[in-house]
Design a protein around this ligand. Sequence first.
Ligand code: SOE
Length: 379
Amino acid sequence: MAKTLNVGIIGYGFMGRTHSNAYRKVANFFDVPYKPVLKTICGLEEKEAKAFADRWGFETYTTDWHEVIDDKSIDVVDICVPNNYHAEIAIAAAKAGKAICCEKPLALNVAQAKKMVDAVEKAGVPNLASFNYRRVPAVTLAKQLIDEGRLGKIFHYRANFLQDWTISAKVPQGGMSTWRLDVKAAGSGVTGDLLAHCIDTAMWHNGPISSVCAMTETFVKERVHAETGKVEPVGIDDACTFFCRFDNGSMGNFESTRYARGHKALYTFEINGEHASIAWDLHDLHRLSYFDHRDDSIVRGWRSVHVTDGDMPYMGKWWVPGLQIGYEHSFVHQTADFLTNMAKGKPTAPTFRDALATQKVCEAVLASAKVGRWKDITY
Ligand code: SOE
């Protein structure tokens, strides 16, 4: 009989839902060593917190995150609130000896992220940064193919994350649903929110990024603040493009914007190696495109691999070959790995330290855009 693991989730927004769903489903599909119990949901508004608790089956709710930390029965603190709260909550949770899962990006900046890494490492608590796309089976399969050496030497890594939801100047900044546009809550715009995903996946696939050269733009310079009701300057980057060099000698090319009309969450990457190339697209997330130059020329071409077979990453735990899964399952997978490693006393990547590396790249990207020059990154 698996031991119970009491979970306190802080934040009942979009991410609060993805994480709650993952804890609910994980033990049904994966042989995890714990049975997660949704103990407490915490959020700002009491009515919303109560409704969330009822809907998702939490035992209780609170509007004060300190109560989650102080509750000795809680084993895991899961942070799903805006970025400006991550550091304070995570550091308090580490001091209280909790295992911690924290949404991305880890913090507002590198200085905060370092403090979070120090806190979890000093306390020796399990920690995971929620860069969920690593655990989309096709993305995990890409990592497997690279590690098996199928691509050979890698020359190029390019990634995009395109959206279109902030084009209207009427979209406010700040508040519950548009805090991502408020620099005080988010730290940055597309760089921390979207490119951080691409950077995390890229460094996992292709190793550390050593230098960057970036360009950013803020297309809408002022927006009403949802909390103050006043028109205030916009401090985030609406769009960001950067080039980079990886330690392994390959070149990177990354772009993100919330102004690409027609695209909702178009995260794509393509990796070109000496022998083979790989491409992936979040809008078609269960497929991995693969081209292998070593195939006979008469049948050589891009294959579209339907990542649903039982011998493909995570897929043996779901339905039967041919039946696909989706976005929410990437959170179930990260939770399965987190719990399994926790029981073995092993870290689960991306750890806070891995997320600090991503934060360093994001900060270098923003600094480079400001001065218009290349920036080196040291880890
Ligand atoms: C922003 O719209 C957002 O929700 C990000 O915050 C998520 O990390 C990304 O996965 C989808 O887009």
